[in-house]
Every structure is written in C-alpha cells, then in structure tokens.
Design a protein around this ligand. Structure first.
Ligand code: FAD
Length: 386
C-alpha cells in the first residue's frame, strides 16, 4: 500500500462488487475508507450461484491489480474462448473466437457472490472499516465534506461519499439526482442448466422475438448459466411453468445447440429496467456502478461498465481529486454508459421485431459481419469491452 501524504477519508455505501472494488482500490492508495453495507459478509454454498457475470479483460485487469482475481477459486471461474450469436427466426448467425484478436480468451464467467466474498475479505484485510448490517439514514454533503448517519445512530465524517448502493440507490434518491429510465418490460430468468453436449467454453445467445436467451459456460463443461430475457407476461408464464414444461420451451429456443437440457437449479426472475442518472456528482457525493446506470443484460456489460467507473475513479484519486478532475471523470463515464445503453437499445429493438423486412436485414447483416474480417474484429473488440 502506498502511503499518501494527503490521505482522504472516503465513505462508500453499498458492498456489491463495484463498491467493494472501489473501497479496496482507494485503501490501497492509502486513503481511509469506510464501507457501509446493509447485508453481512457475502457467503456462498457449494452449489453454483444463480447470479453470474461475464467479465471483460479490463475488469479482470482491475481485479488482478487489486490482488483479488488470483484468490478466486478456479473451480468457480469459467473462462470463455468463443461466442456464438444467432437469430432464431432468420438465417443470421455470427461466431467469433479469442484467437481472431490474438487473445487467450474473451473473458471469464464469475459467480457474483464468489467475487464479492473475495473482495470483501481483501478490503477488510487491507484496513477498510466495514459497517455490516447498517444503512445510511441521513447524509449531507457540501463543497468540502460528507457526513452520514447510520441506522445504529453512529455518525461518520469524511471528505467524500460514494454511493454504490445499486439500481434502487437510496442515496441517489435522497440527493434528488434525476434519472432517465425506461422499463424494458422484460424479466431476466436465471438458472443453472446441465447440457448433454459440452459447452466448449463458448458463450451462446439466440435472439427470439420475445427476447434473447444466453447460455454462459461455467467451469463444469456440462453446466451453463442461463439468462433468459423475456417479455414480462411470457416470463411470468415461464416462471410459473413446472420444470418439464419450462425445459421443453428452453429446448425449443435452443435450436439443439447443446443437445438435451436439464434444470440443475431453481429459476429466479429479475425485472429489467434501463436507467441512468443525469448527474453523477453533487459536491462531495459521487455515484458509481448500477446506482449510476443499469442496462439490459443481453451484452453482459453492466458490471463491466461499473468496473470502468472504478478504474477511472482510482486514476483521479491517485492525484488528489478536485471538482474539475471529478467533472472530467463524470463526463467520461457518462459517455461510456450512454454509448452502451444506445447500443443495447438498438439491439433490443432490432431483434425484438418480427417485421419480415427487419428479419431479412438482420439475417443479411449477420452474414456480412460473419464473413468480413474487419467488421468481425470490431465486434469481438466490442464484446471485449475495448
Ligand atoms: C440477469 C442479469 C445478468 C447479468 N449479467 C451480467 C454480465 O454477464 N456481465 C456484466 O458485466 N453484468 C451483468 N449484469 C449486471 C450486473 O449484475 C450489475 O451491473 C452489477 O451487479 C452491479 O453491481 P453494483 O455493485 O453496482 O450493485 P449491486 O450488485 O446491486 O450492489 C449494491 C449493494 O448495495 C447494498 N445496498 C443497497 N442499498 C443499501 C443501503 N441503503 N444501505 C447499505 N447498503 C445498501 C446492497 O445490499 C448491495 O450489496 C447482469 C444483471 C442481471 C439482472
């Protein structure tokens, strides 16, 4: 840990993967850090967790620099070396491999809770003061200070307050930072699926008129993590179906890409909503991660965007932060989030349509992209979050 001559006191609210990585990074820079999390230390069982994230190279590089990636149990990580995306309703298909961009892999699938626990333990060991099972009941920020009151009545005083308390951020709401949002009217159903054929480290996604279905390769060659984003009425029906009916529908959606499928876990649904905060900075308050932006999981980029927020924030805190440098950070990160949100919306609208002309156009588009090396390379780079 480097010792800063002008170490700051930073209060972070929200111990998800984004808040915890910011806490650890700031502590490693020599700052004094408080972490307020309403739950306790994240725990997980031997069963594969239902929530997983496909992490891109920049996220992994951050976690490596923080010394956390090296501590993740390898049997809970699924590096993926290929991607296959196709349209259920047309002849369109595109597939790419890490080798096409001279990379060893395209990223890795990690179970959220496994990563959160490793981050929590590293943050605590580095000297971050953990306030578990606590919430912020009041906060004030001005041009020089930040103060919070916790549910236990304890008061914390710092130089900065960082809200990483997720999509329903209470701090953002209390600060009255306006958000733009639209409801996708879709639900993401997650489950672990056992496959007859090995997944071979390939992340697969098919676009149905009702939404995309993704199969993300886990460490076990016959286990994948399912993310089925479906229009809400259909999703409710899928969640209510018995296991046999659900698997039957999934099998039909899969175009037999992994042979016979079986459920290896329960199914859980998450409502999907796109939103971004119009301001990420208010005096000494900053918001990061899902508190600042949440996007459709179809490109698996929500957490990757949040890790991008942390990387750029750490660069600002490395050299004493100022309102000017923080405004620069806010501009850069908002642009990254808006670019991703716009791309996701275009994808969702393009693929959500059953219009025959659009189907033809996307079939042709896929074919052209799949056979044109520079376009393909560009798409692989986008998938890598570069
Ligand atoms: C189905 C699905 C699949 C996804 N797949 C991917 C993927 O493949 N790749 C990817 O990059 N992203 C993916 N995402 C997005 C990713 O899960 C999120 O972007 C990421 O989890 C956000 O992390 P976070 O730390 O910002 O927020 P969260 O994980 O929501 O953490 C917020 C934390 O704040 C705490 N908290 C909340 N309120 C308070 C309070 N008042 N006081 C104290 N603590 C509080 C919570 O307990 C929680 O620990 C997916 C999302 C979904 C829904």
């Amino acid at each position: 840990m480097t010792t800063q001559t002008n170490a700051l006191t930073v209060i972070i609210v929200g111990g998800g993967m984004i808040g915890l990585s910011a806490a650890l990074g700031l502590r490693q820079q020599g700052h004094r850090v408080h972490m307020v999390e309403r739950s306790g230390r994240p725990t997980y069982s031997e069963q594969t967790e239902l929530r997983v994230s496909a992490l891109a190279h920049h996220s992994r590089a951050l976690l490596q620099n923080l010394g956390v990636w090296q501590k993740l149990p390898s049997e809970r990580l699924g590096p993926y070396t290929g991607m296959q995306v196709w349209d259920h309703d047309s002849f369109g298909e595109i597939s790419f491999a890490a080798a096409e961009v001279d990379a060893d892999d395209l990223g890795a699938i990690v179970e959220n809770r496994v990563l959160e626990q490793a981050l929590w333990d590293a943050a605590e060991a580095s000297g971050v003061v953990m306030h578990a099972e606590e919430e912020v009941t009041a906060h004030q920020v001005d041009a020089e200070h930040a103060h919070v009151t916790l549910s236990s009545g304890q008061q914390l005083h710092g130089d900065y307050l960082i809200a990483a308390d997720g999509a329903r951020s209470a701090i953002r709401e209390r600060a009255k930072l306006p958000i733009s949002f639209w409801d996708y009217e879709q639900t993401g159903i997650v489950a672990v699926i056992e496959t007859e054929q090995p997944h071979q480290g390939v992340a697969r996604q098919v676009f149905l008129p009702t939404g995309p279905v993704a199969w993300l390769p886990l460490h076990d060659p016959h286990h994948v993590s399912l993310v089925w984003s479906a229009d809400s009425d259909y999703a409710q029906q899928l969640l209510a179906d018995d296991d046999k009916t659900f698997i039957h529908q999934l099998q039909a959606a899969s175009d037999q890409c992994l042979g016979t499928l079986q459920l290896a876990s329960q199914r859980v649904g998450f409502p999907l909503r796109m939103q971004y905060a119009q301001r990420w900075l208010q005096d000494r308050l900053l918001i990061i991660g899902d508190a600042a932006h949440s996007i459709h999981p179809l490109a698996g980029q929500g957490a990757n965007l949040g890790f991008g927020d942390v990387i750029d924030l750490l660069a600002v805190f490395e050299q004493s932060p100022s309102q000017r440098s923080l405004r620069g950070w806010e501009r850069k990160r908002k642009a990254a989030a808006l670019t991703m949100i716009t791309a996701m919306e275009a994808f969702k609208r393009g693929f959500g349509s059953a219009n025959p002309l659009l189907k033809l156009v996307r079939g042709v588009g896929f074919k052209v992209a799949n056979s044109t090396a520079p376009i393909k390379r560009m798409l692989v780079k986008a998938a890598l979050g570069e």
